[in-house]
Design a protein around this ligand. Structure first.
Ligand code: B12
Length: 247
């Protein structure tokens, strides 16, 4: 449907690159009026509004996935463009991130509540020097929802912390996230650290984050790559199957 929220229409006008206009425009076409309200409230950092509308939508039968895809992530996409183009700065992004978290607080328990036996253990963390955690947290929600036990090391995670966690929790997988081109090499450094301490064969690595590509993942010697949270779950289960086949 066309954009009916006037505020969101004005926000969308900041998206001027043709590729992004098409991509975000197509995503917004799938957002009804109330999803547009969530996106607008998120962009403008109204966390109480995001909290209220998300709860209302869940009460009215919208699925958690629908609200995430068509409301929250549409808002975050426009925040990303405005930040990059210097229309907004770190404080505004932090306020939008707080609004994203207000929505995710309702969605997380639903995506995580599968009630099935854990299928495996993953250690997740954002690599050293990097403080971005929204995408990693989404991956964690989806993994938990798919039945994985996930230990979250948070942000700014050193290779030593990854190694300690693998030993403590006997995890089969590590998922590393990086959002900065300057911290991406810390993924490769973490894998190299595992080689140095003789732990590389004990665990499989999957990597992701907006600047990370499959080619970069291959180059650094990662075992798997995922472009989004759904692919993160698929990659985790592919890697677990591989581990079982080789056992
Ligand atoms: C929110 C945000 C912030 C917030 C972070 C809040 C938080 N708690 O995370 C704050 C304001 C703190 C911030 C700070 C900075 N940021 Co910032 N930030 C962003 C922004 C706008 C959105 C990121 C986001 O949350 N996206 C939404 C999530 C859902 O997407 P995602 O993270 O990509 O995750 C998905 C996939 O990548 C994948 N995935 C993610 N992790 C993993 C892991 C695995 C294993 C797998 C399989 C998949 C996977 O699945 C996720 C879900 O689908 C981006 C712009 C953008 N559009 O990416 C800039 C951006 C990443 N930031 C940028 C910069 C420059 C900075 C700062 C250096 C700014 C500054 N001058 O201080 C600092 C760095 C701080 C630090 N040391 O980390 C640049 C990076 C540029 C570059 N080339 O490196 C970006 C791209 C903005 C830009 N275009 O300039 N930022």
């Amino acid at each position: 449907m066309p954009i009916v929220n006037e505020g969101l229409q004005r926000e969308f006008e900041w998206v001027t690159r043709p590729g992004e206009q098409k991509h975000i425009g197509e995503a917004l076409d799938l957002a009804d009026a109330v999803m547009q309200d969530i996106a607008y409230a998120l962009i403008t950092g109204q966390h109480l509004e995001v909290d209220r509308i998300t709860q209302e939508c869940l009460n009215n039968g919208y699925t958690a996935n629908h609200i995430l895809d068509h409301g929250l992530l549409n808002g975050m996409a426009i925040v990303g463009v405005k930040f990059r183009d210097n229309v907004i700065f770190v404080p505004e992004v932090l306020v939008a991130a707080r609004a994203m978290k207000a929505g995710m607080a309702h969605i997380e328990p639903i995506l995580s509540a599968s009630g099935i036996e854990p299928i495996g253990t993953v250690i997740m963390g954002t690599v050293k020097g990097d403080l971005h955690d929204i995408g990693k947290n989404l991956c964690i929600m989806m993994l938990r929802g798919a039945g994985w036990t996930v230990h979250d090391l948070g942000v700014d995670t050193s290779p030593e912390e990854f190694a300690d966690a693998v030993m403590e929790h006997e995890a089969q997988l590590i998922g590393m996230s990086a959002l900065l081109t300057t911290t991406m090499p810390n993924m490769g450094r973490t894998i190299a650290y595992f080689e140095d301490i003789g732990l590389r064969d004990e665990v499989r690595f999957m990597v992701g984050g907006a600047p990370v590509t499959r080619e970069f993942a291959d180059e650094m010697g990662a075992d798997g790559y995922g472009e989004n949270a759904v692919e993160c779950v698929e990659t985790a289960s592919d890697l677990l199957n591989l581990i079982k086949e080789l056992a």
